[in-house]
Design a protein. Structure first.
Length: 376
């Protein structure tokens, strides 16, 4: 395994490129998602770029990317690491990515920014679990999954560009962790996705069902995850919707192996349509990455419903349609947990994904780019 140490931010991280099974230029078209032809989307695979686990930047292992967003003003990306302040203080990176409709040719780490707590200090080890990040007009929105074992609640906070705490969004009581696990978030399945919407709202999605909302996905059973709609300016909840997560798509191929499926990230298209990444995994098989378009128009506001599993009235979930299956186009994807729209250096409109390598030698940090030919 290659390792590198760079003392200046302008140098590129050492990288490796892997052979691609998917052919650049392969196009995926969904002309009428959930019967809505105004929501047509068309993507063309551009290419991928990988960074091996173990690569260092300024003496700290690079990896754990769980969220990414694009800054069009500076033509830079911000990417958050889900390291729980164990290898280094909780942080996000500023990246320079050379990407065009022809592929990704370079990824550089420009700098590391330490996230600060309410007291202006770096987070202590295991006191935070960063997961998603979005750039907005008033700062950087980022989420933490919390920790059920420690009864640490999840949160969405706003930070300045230098990582300083500015404010925090309100947390509905239903999401608070409980010692008896009768309600609230599940460990490692909480605030995994953030999406800023053009009208000024922020969407937050849990990775899987809250305890009171039923069991998580199984091989023959899907589950219901909540999406919170916030007024981003005030941090106040406006509504909650139900997103139906699919059953686990693949059984493990090893004896007593592990498998799962959940929503690993969301991305805004307009004020009511979003993309949702579902990331499935099965030991011995690998990852299954599918992208869905959803529409919140007409969906039931479930913010006043304490339990989706025991709801008295009927619930209408968000509309949902698959728009991409990475495996189906021959793309061997890693643990995709991050996605953003971006502008390529050639002016192309791009959709860029990134993977969380879990700091594992068996995984890698992978960037995947698609050219966006059509979108709502």
């Amino acid at each position: 395994m290659l390792k590198a140490l760079f003392s200046t931010a302008a140098l590129a991280i050492l990288f490796s490129t892997a052979a691609q099974a998917a052919e650049p230029g392969v196009t995926v078209t969904t002309p009428c998602p959930f019967g809505d032809c105004k929501a047509a989307i068309e993507l063309s695979f551009a290419g991928e770029y990988t960074i091996p686990t173990g690569t260092l930047f300024d003496g700290v292992e690079f990896g754990g990317l769980s969220g990414i967003d694009y800054d069009p003003v500076r033509n830079r990306y911000i990417a958050i690491s889900d390291d729980r302040s164990e290898r280094a203080p909780a942080r996000f990176y500023e990246l320079s990515i050379e990407a065009t409709a022809a592929g990704i040719t370079d990824v550089k780490v420009v700098k590391t920014v330490t996230l600060k707590d309410r007291n202006g200090e770096a987070f202590a080890a295991k006191s935070v679990d960063p997961e998603s990040i979005r750039l907005a007009k008033d700062g950087i929105y980022w989420s933490s999954e919390g920790d059920v074992k420690q009864l640490l609640p999840p949160f969405v906070r706003v930070a300045s560009l230098d990582g300083a705490f500015l404010r925090e969004f309100e947390l509905p009581k239903a999401f608070l962790p409980t010692a008896d696990k009768s309600a609230g978030i599940r460990d490692n399945l909480a605030f995994e996705g953030l999406a800023t919407l053009p009208g000024g709202d922020l969407m937050v999605e849990v990775e899987s069902a809250l305890f009171q909302d039923g069991p998580i996905s199984g091989l023959g059973r899907g589950t219901l995850a909540r999406m919170i709609r916030y007024d981003a300016a005030t941090g106040k909840r406006q509504a909650e919707y139900v997103y139906p997560i699919a059953p686990i798509p693949q059984a493990p191929t090893v004896e007593k192996g592990y498998n799962d499926n959940g929503a690993s990230e969301i991305l805004g298209l307009d004020d009511h349509r979003l993309l949702v990444v579902e990331r499935g995994f099965a030991q011995g098989f690998g990852n299954s990455i599918k992208v869905f378009m959803v529409d919140t128009e007409g969906a039931t506001d479930v913010s006043a419903i304490p339990s989706l599993a025991n709801a008295d009235a009927g619930i209408v979930p968000v509309r949902k349609a698959q728009v991409l299956d990475m495996q189906a186009i021959g793309l061997k994807s890693d643990n995709i947990e991050a996605v953003t729209f971006a502008k390529g250096t050639d002016g192309s409109d791009l959709l860029v994904f990134a993977s969380d390598n879990n700091f594992s030698k068996e995984q890698k940090t992978q960037f995947i780019a698609f050219k966006v030919l059509r979108r709502p």
